[in-house]
Ligand binder design. Structure first.
Ligand code: EPU
Length: 420
């Protein structure tokens, strides 16, 4: 198993081109299952573990896939899709695989998709997805850990999410594209990745209006055509580099992203004393020798992203005062706090809120990544810590970040990957 060895305290300086967004690429690749004719080309697909997993999933269902990792270009030919079962063996590796429910149900009239199972972010149910497909006319049952959905075809209709669900919204889009009638999604998630998915489907001939707002309307079409589409840059990777630059007092230019997707993150980093200048496809962040404390509540987009909560906490550990971090999206998403404490952080967590009393400095230690974003937050803290840290289980980080250590060391960080 790989680990990172980090000797902290080096200010990050330089320029990084941010890779394509994992959370946009995954649903776009799965969405290409809806295209029955020809080969779909998807560009800017980051070479990550989760991308390999989704290739396995859609290949299992009968799609032919090529992937040039060097060029980040994938092709998907979904003509041969003929299996309706997504097995547990594949599903348990990545929760996002549940997104195949929509395309398989639309294409084959029946889908058998394994329930994703437990997750370190706490209980992550799929009841919103199921309720939405039922509202669209699907007959749904559960047997032996599988959700079995039947609809020939889906009717469409009016969907309401009790709270905005990111992949729930995407799954409904997939089901709605070929439904009999119009579908209206109320309280839809507004994340930029959903806009990317809608842009992809619309380029292929779908009629989706309102993506990026809480009300999305989908007018059904008969078929989609193959397209050539480029995935947007990853705002969460960009945000991670921003916190790393902030906590090390660095000066980093990020390109390949839309800075408007990071507005809330920019506000919080400026409150912490950083300066940020934006351009059309990027931004520059200058950190501060001593960051100020901050109060943050995570919230669905455009609120502060839960996926950057750990990175913000990593930076708040050495701020000049007390920070308050409330998690409202995944209330148990605090596994990184135990590891940050091993570095000397002073954090207490109670009822979905972390109170972080800034300490003078963190000290290097052996720490462990428990999920993608927790791992990123721990790396951010280790970059600031005095002395040597070892970050174990970086395979979690590799699910969402492409060669994080190489990019960080190109900015001057002292970080290496070691195979244990
Ligand atoms: N929820 C339900 N029932 C459902 C679905 C969601 O109760 O059927 C709850 C969840 O438990 C959570 C909230 O609704 O409390 C929002 O969850 P959401 O459905 O939006 O999350 P998701 O779609 O499963 C995606 C990202 C996550 C990201 C969240 C929040 C992908 C592949 N995953 O998950 O990304 O944290 O949205 O923005 O897009 C990551 O990249 O590391 C990651 C975990």
């Amino acid at each position: 198993m790989d680990k990172f060895i980090i000797r902290g305290g080096k200010p990050l300086k330089g320029r990084v081109k941010v890779e394509g967004s994992k959370n946009a690429a995954l649903p776009i690749i799965i969405g290409s299952l809806l295209i029955e004719k020809g080969e779909t080309v998807i560009r800017n697909v980051p070479p990550l573990r989760d991308i390999s997993t989704v290739i396995d999933v859609i290949s299992h269902l009968g799609a032919s896939v090529t992937y040039d990792e060097q060029a980040c270009v994938m092709t998907v030919d979904a003509r041969g899709v003929n299996k309706n079962t997504a097995p547990y063996e594949l599903m348990r590796q990545m929760r996002a695989s549940f997104l195949v429910l929509g395309p398989i149900l639309s294409r084959l009239g029946e889908a058998r998709v394994s329930l994703p199972g437990g997750c370190v972010l706490g209980s992550r149910p799929v009841d919103f997805h199921i309720k939405a497909f039922e509202a669209m006319g699907a007959k749904i049952s559960e047997k032996g850990g599988y959700v079995i959905a039947r609809a020939k075809p889906l009717k469409g209709g009016s969907i309401y999410f009790d709270r905005p669900s990111h992949t729930g919204t995407e799954n409904v889009l997939f089901g709605a594209v070929f439904a009999k009638e119009k579908t209206v999604i109320a309280n839809a998630a507004c994340d930029p990745e959903i806009v990317d998915v809608a842009n992809f489907l619309n380029k292929a001939g779908a009629k989706i209006h309102g993506a990026g707002t809480p009300t999305i309307v989908v007018h059904p079409v008969k078929r989609l055509k193959n397209v050539d589409y480029t995935v947007a840059g990853d705002r969460l990777v960009a945000g991670t580099f921003m916190f790393a630059a902030a906590v090390t007092g660095g000066n980093v230019r990020l390109t390949g992203i839309d800075p408007d997707e990071l507005t809330m993150v920019n506000h919080k980093l400026m409150e912490m004393g950083c300066s940020i200048t934006t351009t059309k496809n990027g931004l520059t962040i200058r950190g501060n020798k001593k960051l100020k404390p901050v109060s943050v509540t995570t919230f669905p987009y455009p609120g502060f992203p839960t996926d950057l909560q750990a990175c913000l906490m990593g930076a708040a550990c050495t701020a000049a005062g007390t920070s308050y971090i409330r998690e409202t999206v995944f209330i148990d998403r605090f596994s990184h706090t135990m590891e940050l404490r091993r570095l000397g952080a002073d954090i207490t967590v109670s009822s979905g809120e972390a109170i972080v009393h800034g300490v003078k400095e963190l000290q290097g230690a052996e720490v462990m990544a428990s999920d993608i974003r927790a791992g990123a937050g721990i790396v951010v803290a280790c970059l600031a810590a005095r002395g040597k840290s070892e970050v174990l289980r970086v395979y979690h980080v590799d699910r969402g970040y492409y060669r994080l250590e190489e990019k960080l060391s190109s900015l001057g960080a002292d970080i290496v990957r070691v195979n244990d």
